[in-house]
Design a protein around this ligand. Structure first.
Ligand SMILES: [Zn+2]
Length: 487
């Protein structure tokens, strides 16, 4: 027995009830936790002055003070103290979100922590506390503001996307408004379908209670339906939806696997998402969208192209030999690392710390890194990123890596295959090989991959996760964005 509440219509009746309860408690050797007990007298619906009630053994249960008391976690006096309780919940919720954002938790875990440690505070009172839509929305607004202050969400980033699951390219945050309404709906449906006589009687008593009336069932709140609406709103927007719309025809669903599996810092994740949302204030955006007077849309580095996010990430001649190459080489080194592991060459324990050797050779394979293949003929493309020769089966694989603009990934894969046809024929003949294949490893600068990607990795026994390679490319892109835009 725990959390017992006694009701009686007069003080005398209450004393009798207390007597019975007290005897029963003695019989089962349970004691009253007097400090947790309180008594309230209600006259004509209002709390009356009351000094408390005495137990048969002389102990006294005091009258309830102004602050009320918590019953099953909710503040009450003669009725539920809605305003006070909502203030308490709001304060604690905001405190928890701030606490989470001050930690070093990465992007994905930040959202998970908010969903599992902060949001349930509000969900708990759903159906009991009379939250207005405005109050719930302002909690969601407050959450977004805190995310912004802590660099996890760009001020011009898409709001709907925050609440779409990470598998679909969203950030996976739960909306307080939706969580509470969903909970209320579940309760309403339960009450509506219940034939339990106690519940049926409750409905007769509380004729004004929306939940007990079972009227407010918002079917659209069903999470999948609401999520799809949000996804459509996000992808339908002119700027925010441009990226998902453009990559949709060639993107494998695994393009979002870095959002699900990887642990990028919340600021880095926020920056990359802002880049996809076209939210970064590039010169082009400042000129075209913000219409800053006297501004130039041109790139601050090359001064010859419009400074769009795509230009900064993939098109600026001033960055191609330095930052683009560094990003490309990191992806290349990761693939090299996995081949070293596969074929028994020395390699560091962590793939991201790997430094590739130009030439590696053992009894079974030869692995060449950025190696210029000598030939008697003029071959334009004779320096692939990686070249693997399997001695026993007399096979070779030309592996070439690219991190282009996301919309060009399919085209880039085909380019790579075509580009190495001459080299393929040449080494097949000169090195007397049975089979030579070309494998393009192409990741969009903002993470998009084609449905061929995994197959290509498997064909060269690269066991790295897709998301590891995406992360490598994305960290390079984030570095470039920070450097150019000075974020
Ligand atoms: Zn430029």
């Amino acid at each position: 027995m725990d959390d017992l509440k006694l009701y009686a219509s007069s003080e005398q009746d209450m004393e009798k009830l207390m007597h019975t309860t007290s005897e029963f408690s003695n019989d089962i050797k349970m004691e009253f936790g007097l400090d947790k007990c309180a008594s309230v007298k209600v006259t004509k619906g209002k709390k009356a002055v009351f000094n408390g009630i005495s137990l048969p053994n002389g102990d006294k249960i005091g009258g309830l003070d102004e602050e009320g008391y918590k019953y099953l976690g909710v503040l009450e006096a003669n009725t539920i103290l809605h305003r006070e309780m909502k203030e308490l919940v709001t304060k604690e919720y905001v405190w928890r979100v701030k606490k989470i954002l001050k930690t070093q938790l990465h992007g994905k875990f930040t959202m998970q922590a908010i969903n599992t440690w902060a949001v349930p505070l509000v969900r708990y009172g759903a159906g009991i506390l009379n939250w207005t839509a405005q109050e719930l929305r302002s909690l969601d607004t407050k959450t977004r503001k805190l995310l912004r202050i802590n660099g996890a969400h760009h001020p011009q980033g898409d709001v709907d996307r925050l609440y779409v699951s990470r598998q679909l390219g969203g950030r996976g945050l739960q909306s307080i408004e939706e969580v509470v309404r969903r909970e209320e709906n579940a309760l309403t449906t339960f009450v509506k379908n219940s034939s339990d006589p106690e519940i049926v009687r409750l409905k007769e008593f509380f004729v004004e209670d929306k939940i007990l009336l079972g009227e407010e069932i918002d079917k659209e709140i069903d999470s999948l339906q609401r999520e799809e609406q949000r996804r459509q709103r996000w992808t339908g927007k002119v700027l925010h939806g441009q990226f998902p719309r453009q990559v949709q025809p060639m993107a494998d669903p695994d393009s979002w696997s870095w959002m699900v599996e990887q642990d990028l810092k919340k600021e880095t994740e926020g920056l990359l998402i802002a880049a996809q949302d076209q939210a970064l204030r590039t010169n082009y955006i400042k000129h075209k969208i913000d219409k800053v007077p006297g501004s130039s849309p041109l790139c601050r580095l090359c001064r010859s192209h419009n400074e769009t996010t795509d230009h900064i990430l993939n098109g600026c001649p001033k960055l191609s030999q330095t930052d683009y190459k560094a990003r490309h080489d990191k992806v290349s080194a990761a693939v090299h690392w996995s081949l070293c592991k596969e074929y028994g060459f020395d390699h560091s324990s962590k793939w991201y710390e790997h430094r590739a050797e130009k030439v590696l050779e053992n009894d079974s394979v030869k692995l060449l890194w950025d190696f210029h293949v000598q030939s008697d003929h003029v071959i334009e493309h004779c320096r692939p990123d990686l070249l693997l020769v399997k001695k026993k089966t007399k096979e070779a694989v030309i592996i070439d890596i690219a991190v282009p603009g996301d919309v060009r990934i399919t085209e880039k894969e085909q380019d790579k295959i075509l580009k190495y046809q001459d080299l393929k024929r040449e080494i097949k003949t000169v090195w007397q090989l049975r089979k030579v294949s070309v494998v393009p490893i192409v990741i969009g600068a903002l993470g998009t991959i084609t449905s061929n990607f995994r197959r290509y990795l498997d064909s060269v026994s690269c066991k790295l996760r897709v998301s590891n390679l995406q992360k490598t490319a994305l960290l390079g892109s984030a570095h470039i964005l920070r450097k150019v835009l000075e974020i």
